[in-house]
Design a protein around this ligand. Structure first.
Ligand code: ATP
Ligand code: MG
Length: 595
């Protein structure tokens, strides 16, 4: 067994239709006879190999033409997760058969995102990182084999003529006048296409299936086109490129993939997938048993756009600051925002896989992040909207330490010291000069506990000429310090967090919220750009406990009473981290702006 180095599933996994199919395939030994040469290749190469050590093979096949997003995370967790669960291997494959729009930058960001999610393409029997463009020669040979067996022909109609003859959902298509070309002529033309003798669009190679099929995908789909474009890996070696519908099934078969899992929009292409692979197996190009395609519903997440085109517009038009802007649903953005890989794996497991499209509430993703962060984030104190509190009866130069647990549910993580002094920062909203009904925090005459420290009683406040409160004055009770004998005889309702003013670390904190104001951005007539939430990013100057100045990039914390924050991995300087809010403590969307 040679499963990828991936984390264990979170809990006992509930079954789903894919798990059932795989379990049944393993029970019947459907894929037992496969041989694996240790690398992708056609039937002759695989036949020389040993029995395949992987019980199943899946793959994650992104096109390197954009950044991965939360939808991809679902597919990644599914493909890598199933392989791990069933003693299989998941291949990382770049589907880079389209010479346009593909770039190294995207390749690098995709690999980084997958590793970050906790998955890997190293297996005990070697790396399973592949590029479909490495298969161009084999794909070309498959195309010639199809021509030779009478299953493909060169069509020289214009694109327009082809379109008119394709028919509609209700009318059958009509044969191309070139459909009857003989094998020799087709081979010669196809070789001349490859040699660069013809202009783009002047000929295409088509599979010869059935122009009257009710499934339009079977009406002689184009499988190779002339495209004189430079490819990011093969340069100018090729001027003909395989179409996706032709390339993808062959890639799967060359890699010994057993379960080729894709999103629902490919359902109509499955008959061609099967047709093509069967023809190529019959003529000895590809090894049986052949891969099989299964479809699941793509993730649609409320308040989010996951379309590559829309994401590119958001970045290029400057609505966000780049591909890793924490407001974006890219994995680079989510990571920077402080979301966790374990939170994504939990989310993928929780939403499961279905065969019908549906929208998933964004709050489910946030709940998964909270669940993971609650476990892994140490507690710290930060005041986001600072108001000065002066303890009039505390010694002017006095200073002492208070001790706060790093994690209330994990006492083994110990405690840290919080410096305490005469002047503190508290949250502005924790004081009301004239308290509203039910307010039990600070107001003149009321006592509260300063968390981990003393009970204080409010004796008044200072205001500026506009009436805005500038400072709150209190007196403390020296025998009320938390953890000292008798401290709990003080009964107070309020329990406030605070930071010592002279010790505080003044930090930039970014408060992030959902990028869109509506659950389905761009639905109906709306331009999704007009539905951007202008409050999705607010930058504040916070007062944090001094230990936070030492936070390392990507270290995550719970700021008590506020939520989960991460030291930004891009803008933090040594000794001067900047923090991003990943998610609040509770779902407060729509109820308040946050902070
Ligand atoms: P494109 O339109 O450019 O093909 P894509 O979103 O399909 O965009 P790919 O790079 O081809 O991007 O996707 C790689 C894999 O991720 C595919 O197998 C695809 O099915 C899966 N995937 C993409 N978007 C989602 C989504 N929203 N939910 C689940 N899986 C997805
Ligand atoms: Mg795609």
């Amino acid at each position: 067994m040679s499963s990828n180095n991936v984390p264990k599933p979170e809990a006992v996994a509930p079954s789903n239709f894919l798990r059932q199919i795989i379990a049944e395939d393993l029970r019947t030994g459907k894929y037992q006879s496969r041989r694996w040469a240790g690398k992708p290749g056609p039937a002759t190469v695989q036949a020389a190999g040993a029995p395949d050590p992987a019980a199943i093979r899946t793959r994650f096949p992104p096109e390197p033409n954009g950044y991965l997003h939360i939808g991809h995370a679902k597919s990644i967790c599914l493909n890598f997760g199933l392989a791990q669960e069933f003693g299989g291997v998941c291949h990382m494959r770049f589907d880079d058969t389209n010479p346009e729009k593909e770039e190294q930058e995207y390749v690098d960001s995709i690999l980084e995102a997958i590793r970050w999610l906790g998955f890997d393409w190293k297996t005990p029997s070697g790396k399973v990182l592949f590029f479909a463009s490495d298969y161009f020669v084999w794909m070309y040979e498959c195309a010639e084999a199809l021509i030779e067996s009478g299953h493909a022909y060169v069509d020289s109609q214009s694109a327009e003529e082809m379109r008119t003859r394709r028919g509609t959902l209700t009318e059958p298509g009509q044969d191309s006048p070139f459909r009857g070309r003989g094998v020799t002529e087709n081979l010669e033309l196809f070789r001349r296409m490859r040699a660069g003798e013809f202009a783009d669009g002047s000929h295409v190679l088509r599979a010869k299936v059935d122009m009257s099929s009710p499934n339009i995908n079977l009406r002689d789909p184009a499988i190779y086109r002339i495209r004189k474009a430079e490819h990011h890996r093969t340069g100018n070696t090729w001027c003909i490129y395989p179409m996706y519908t032709f390339a993808h099934p062959i890639e799967d078969a060359l890699e010994n993939v057993t379960h080729s899992i894709c999103t629902l929009e490919f359902e109509d292409q499955r008959p061609f997938y099967d047709w093509l692979l069967a023809r190529l197996a019959d003529c000895g190009k590809l090894a049986r048993p052949l891969p099989q395609q299964y479809e699941f519903a793509r993730l649609k997440l409320s308040y989010v756009v996951l379309s590559k085109r829309k994401l590119i517009e958001l970045v290029q038009e400057g609505h966000v600051a780049g591909w890793d802007d924490p407001r974006l649903p890219t994995l680079a953005g989510a990571r920077r925002r402080g979301y966790t890989a374990a939170g994504f794996r939990l989310f993928a497991e929780r939403i499961g896989v279905a065969k019908a499209d549906s929208w998933i509430e964004y709050s489910i993703l946030e709940d998964c992040m909270r669940e993971d962060l609650n476990e892994c984030a140490q507690r710290r104190v930060g005041v986001l909207d600072p108001l000065k509190l002066v303890i009039d009866n505390y010694p002017e130069a006095g200073e002492e330490e208070c001790f706060a647990p790093n994690h209330p549910q994990q006492p083994e993580l110990g405690k840290r010291a919080l410096p305490f002094s005469r002047e503190l920062w508290i949250e502005r909203e924790d004081f009301q000069e004239e308290p509203v009904k039910g307010f039990f925090r600070l107001y003149p005459g009321n006592s509260v506990r300063l968390r981990y420290a003393y009970v204080v009683k409010c004796i008044g406040c200072d205001k500026d000429e506009t009436g805005r409160v500038q400072a709150v004055h209190c007196e403390y009770f020296p025998d009320s310090k938390s953890g000292t004998p008798g401290a709990d005889t003080y009964k107070v309702k309020g329990n406030l967090h605070w930071v010592s003013a002279k010790h505080a670390y003044h930090a930039e904190v970014r408060l992030y919220d959902r990028l869109f104001l509506v659950p389905q951005p761009g639905a109906g007539e709306a331009d999704f750009r007009s539905e951007i939430n202008p409050e999705a990013k607010r930058v504040i100057q916070a007062r944090l406990e001094p230990s936070l100045a030492q936070a390392k990039p990507e270290e995550r914390f719970q700021f008590e009473r506020h939520g989960y924050f991460v030291a930004d991995r891009v803008d933090s300087q040594p000794g001067a981290p900047v923090f991003n809010r990943a998610v609040g403590l509770r779902d407060s969307w729509g109820k308040q702006g946050g902070g």
